[in-house]
Design a protein around this ligand. Sequence first.
Ligand SMILES: *Cc1c(COP(=O)(O)O)cnc(C)c1O
Length: 522
Amino acid sequence: MGHAMVDMIADYYESLPSLPRVSPDVQPGFLRGALPPNAPEQPESFEAVMADVRDKLMPGVVHWQGVPDSSTRGKPSSSSAAAVGWRLAGLVRADSPSFFAYFPSNYSFPAALADMWSSVLGMVGFSWAAGPVATELEMAMMDWLADLCGLPPAFKCNGGAGPGGGVIQGTTSEAVVVALLAARARALAGRPVADRLKLVAYSSDQAHSCFKKACMIAGMDHVRLLPASAEHDWALQPEALKAAIEADVAAGLIPCFVMASVGTTSSCAVDPVAQLAAAAAGSGAWFHVDAAYAGSAALLPEHRHHFAGLGAVDSYSFNPHKWLLTNFDCCCMWVADSGPLKEALSLTPVFLRAAAGNSLDYKDWQIPLGRKFRSLKLYFLLRMYGAEKLRSYLRHHIALAGAFAQQVAADPRFELAAPQRFGLVCFRLRGVPREVNAALLAALNASGRLFLIHTELGGAYTLRLAVGAATSQLEHVQAAWAAVSAAADQVLAEHGVAAAAAAAAGKEVAAAGAGSGAGARS
Ligand SMILES: *Cc1c(COP(=O)(O)O)cnc(C)c1O
């Protein structure tokens, strides 16, 4: 059965170029009637289960992995898969669907193989003793990655010797909660417990919704979402942060947590980390940097300037499970001083614990007790590809996004809503009411041939094309542009908008009052 499963995985991969749709054509509740109301009393065969996977479950899949390089296309032909009657239904269309929604969620065969092995080991390495290799490999991989990304030396584990180090969390959302809990522990140290009500958290109104959610979880009474604007390409300005902190201190409140973003979800805005850290310096607030998607670009020396200032922050995180070929879940988080983290998250306060040499217990760096052997994914990934291949992989996507951005910029019907950053292009029809851009997105997604989402920037409806599926090539981005251009002709005609005339009239695109950024921040 294991052999058959591997064959079916290969068949699925090979089928990607000919799938009829990249997003499913199903309605809520589609599965309910297709499944028996109760679990079976007697065992059923693997073949029967896989047949239902194929016929009942697969139609509800969004194919996040886009389409493979045409050079790798082949015919599904594996005999083990044939033995269980595996054949994906409806593999008829020759046109290529493409996934450009959200941010990418990469996987690679090296990481997937590692995950299979890790699943089978079933080792729950919450402490060093419970899985020495899990702890040791995680420290080593976090150091490898820190060096590849040019992170400050204070973030390295160095075998658990120093105060800093890296840890693999499941998601950025968890990393932000953990950072906020450490911030709270540090801010409240030596203060009366009632001061909990005075703590303040700061970020920009472009920050991912996980910031607000972390504040809800941690019970923060004062949460500041400081406005960022088009004028600064949606980056938070240090003066705004400084003013907010000063006003709160004057009102008797306690600055506790600041989160900056490198690569916001909405538009890939880059907050100026160094200047923001300087603005918050002296306030006592913990400073976290969320680079969930864009953090992979730190592997590229030519993009390092976006990450300047990390030497002055308390913690930093990014998701290899987005753009670095590591299947979900894998969020890499580094802290300069793990003390407050352990203070907040270990059951035995640090001051009561016997010195345990250099061994490090990752249960004290995270919310759950149990944890997967996730570092094995990074180990396979980094060894089987090597840094140079990973860098060219990232550059390839950035170049593809650049090619799409050029098409947008060269077409007078369209405008770029923000500068292209990394693999993301934000664009919209120029000078049209928002319904027309909404209709453009609806027409594109209804075709099933590609999948995009929208965001709101300053109240303006904006389409997002995020290049980053592991298999995306120039032909797919060109096909996406051809689809966008043709759909634009169609919706402009349907809405009776002469685009050139509208553009010449310079009509306002924005519908005033709509919340900014909400669309892309799920
Ligand atoms: C995707 C994203 C997140 C959330 O990541 P999870 O790992 O799913 O929690 C947070 N911040 C940014 C900027 C993101 O793009």
